[in-house]
Design a protein around this ligand. Structure first.
Ligand code: 8YV
Length: 314
């Protein structure tokens, strides 16, 4: 009999197919109240396939006494009860390493699109305004090459974002709680100082309680009227009310956002927010990276059940 695996949210079809070849898969979301369901059936499950967007609550764990392994689709751990899983001796893997480059690319897509007003330019052409009024009515963008880039968070993705700035002859600095050993860019211990000295502030720090509203009104004021914010980390890291206020008042120049405090039903106010480019939490959503993530979720499970070890453990 195939081992029982609990899937906590939707995954890409290619991954669901491969899981179904190996496991007897149950979709938790289709079972009504999750605790009621797990009270009855939870003792069967030896594995979980979770995803960074959905995750699951620590309250499920007492009802999963046979759980041995969690293979997580994504790198964000803010919706995963990692401490409780470890305390129960459950092995946990993420898709660390395979999505860094595409998330870094997406940060740059947002940065460039925001500074050079790509979505507004597209609309200017499509609407016929260009033909009617020429280019003079199209508000000028801002120069990226040679500008100052501040990176908040300097893990693998932060470093991939910073490396790309070499091609734009930019001046890079970063903020983390502690300086990252061996990092070639200057560390700025106080976030408002980094914001003050940045034209573009890109946020790629972990989510969770420790970073909640790290980007607040003070940081946005320090970034200033000519500064742009890009967030490819977690919506919780940015105080959206302060960001919306700063965008409407011209307190900052613009923002490129892949993530929001509420997803996918984002605050309605974003629909009319000026100088913003929005993405649907899709920074890692390329064919290549999603395939690599899917493969790694399965390969981690295969490895665990063959050897007891994971390929990319937490
Ligand atoms: C996930 C992400 O792909 O890895 C993460 O933490 O946020 C994304 O890369 C997305 O959440 C799908 O679950």
């Amino acid at each position: 009999m195939r081992p029982a695996l609990l899937q906590t949210g939707p995954l890409i079809p290619a991954l669901e197919d491969r899981l179904a070849e190996r496991f007897e898969v149950t979709h938790l979301k289709a079972q009504g109240d999750p605790i009621d369901y797990l009270r009855r059936e939870g003792q069967r499950f030896v594995a979980i396939a979770s995803s960074a967007a959905i995750g699951f609550e620590a309250a499920l764990l007492p009802h999963l006494p046979a759980l041995q392994v969690v293979s997580h689709f994504g790198v964000g751990l803010d919706r995963l009860p990692v401490g409780e899983l470890k305390a129960r001796g459950v092995a946990v893997s993420s898709t660390s390493g395979v999505l860094d480059q595409c998330v870094a690319d997406a940060a740059w897509a947002l940065l460039l699109a925001t500074a050079r007003r790509v979505t507004q330019a597209d609309q200017y052409v499509r609407s016929g305004e260009w033909a009617r009024n020429g280019l003079n009515r199209f508000a000028l963008g801002r120069r990226v090459s040679g500008a100052r880039l501040g990176v908040v968070g300097m893990g693998h993705i932060g470093q991939a974002i910073a490396r790309r700035a070499d091609g734009f002859d930019m001046h890079v600095a970063y903020h983390t709680r502690n300086a990252v050993a061996g990092c070639r860019w200057p560390h700025v211990p106080v976030l408002t100082d980094l914001a003050r000295q940045s034209d573009f502030l890109v946020v790629i720090t972990a989510g969770g309680p420790a970073t909640r509203h790290l980007i607040n009104a003070d940081v946005l004021a320090a970034l200033g009227t000519r500064g742009f914010l890009v967030n490819v980390s977690r919506g919780s890291v940015v105080d959206e009310a302060s960001l919306l206020a700063a965008l409407h008042s011209g307190g900052i120049a613009g923002a490129g956002l892949d993530v929001f405090e509420q997803e996918p039903a984002i605050n309605e106010a974003w629909r009319t927010a000026p100088n913003t480019v929005l993405m649907p939490h899709a920074a890692s959503a390329t064919e290549e990276t999603r395939q690599a993530m899917a493969d790694l979720v399965v390969d981690n499970l295969d490895s665990f059940f063959a050897t007891g070890g994971l390929l990319t453990p937490l």
